[in-house]
Design a binder for this molecule. Structure first.
Ligand code: HEC
Ligand code: HEC
Length: 260
């Protein structure tokens, strides 16, 4: 096992996966503007192409638009299953696949994996490798996801090309969790900022009045933010144990205690 891998921090790796240009492990505190990048941030965030769950277009991002399906400012979601890649590749193979000197020029706004050599430090890439191997939560531990239909694409209906999307539904959010333990954890670590019922501040750019509505609508994203943070407002590492995350999910899934 490479020494750099042993020394790496998988929690900080998750933060990089979300927003490398704002991550607390970064040596460039002003983030994205420092790079003089002309391409939008969405073209450089791991999560945009690979999904919070790492399943790409076979997971929770199966119905997300990208360049070829209607949203020009965002790349297409990759078909790659990074979860199985992480399980089957060596540490060095993952490092090389991520940093990728042969990758696309960052300022070219398309769906290929970028060349990160000028943007991520080696330590950050090792953090990413450790995140992928050790810290990614298997979404089946927290909820059930059902996807009906193929990933978003266009079909010819005889007269015109129409966009066809799969239907994604989530069930049993917080399965195998303990609500009592989750509520105690919430009171101890979250209520100070989010309030007793989760609605003290709005989240997701004010799209949700509180975290109850957010977690029930986006169970594929909430755990990622809770575990790996939302720089610069929410620090990484608030909850790192999967057992605790299950309990928290069980508690927050309750729409009486945590209303929309
Ligand atoms: C603009 C979209 C895009 C971004 C951003 C992106 N990737 Fe990728 N990535 C891809 C695509 C498409 C593939 C599959 C084809 C390939 O390997 O080039 C891929 C492949 C990979 C692979 C290799 C998979 C295999 O089959 O061996 C790894 C590992 C990976 N990405 C991790 C990451 C990480 C970590 C980040 C963020 C630092 C990231 N990617 C950012 C599009 C992207
Ligand atoms: C130091 C204050 C603070 C603490 C402690 C905190 N949060 Fe947050 N959290 C925030 C802020 C601020 C946002 C809004 C970020 C935004 O909208 O960009 C946020 C956003 C969120 C989101 C939505 C993420 C998104 O994409 O908008 C969830 C879910 C969440 N918090 C859950 C939790 C849980 C669960 C805990 C306890 C384990 C917790 N937070 C602890 C400050 C905090």
């Amino acid at each position: 096992m490479p020494a750099a891998y042993v020394a790496a921090d998988g929690i900080k790796g998750g933060e990089v996966y979300s927003e490398w240009f704002r991550a607390s492990s970064g040596g460039r505190p002003n983030g994205y503007p420092d790079y003089a990048l002309t391409v939008g941030t969405e073209f450089s965030r791991c999560k945009t192409c690979h999904g919070w769950d790492g399943l790409g277009s076979a997971g929770s991002y199966a119905n997300r638009t990208g360049q070829s399906t209607g949203t020009a400012t965002r790349p297409d979601v990759a078909p790659t299953n990074l979860r199985s890649v992480a399980a089957g590749a060596t540490h060095q193979e993952l490092f090389d696949a991520i940093i990728r000197p042969s990758g696309r020029f960052m300022n070219s706004p398309d769906s290929r994996h970028p060349d990160y050599t000028a943007f991520l430090t080696d330590a950050q890439v090792w953090n990413l490798v450790k995140f992928m191997r050790e810290e990614w939560i298997n979404s089946n531990d927290l909820y059930e996801m059902t996807i009906v239909g193929a990933p978003m694409h266009y079909e010819w209906n005889g007269t015109a090309w129409v966009r066809v999307s799969p239907t994604i539904s989530y069930a049993n959010i917080g399965k195998n969790g303990n609500a009592t333990a989750g509520n105690a954890l919430y009171t101890a670590r979250c209520a100070v900022c989010h309030g007793a019922n989760g609605k003290m501040i709005t989240v997701d750019g004010a799209a949700f009045a509180g975290i109850g509505g957010f977690l029930r609508a986006k169970p594929h994203e909430a755990w990622f933010k809770i575990k790996f943070g939302q720089p610069p407002t929410m620090l990484p590492g608030l909850v790192t144990s999967t057992t605790e995350m299950r309990d928290l999910y069980k508690a927050i899934a309750d729409n009486v205690a945590f209303p929309d």
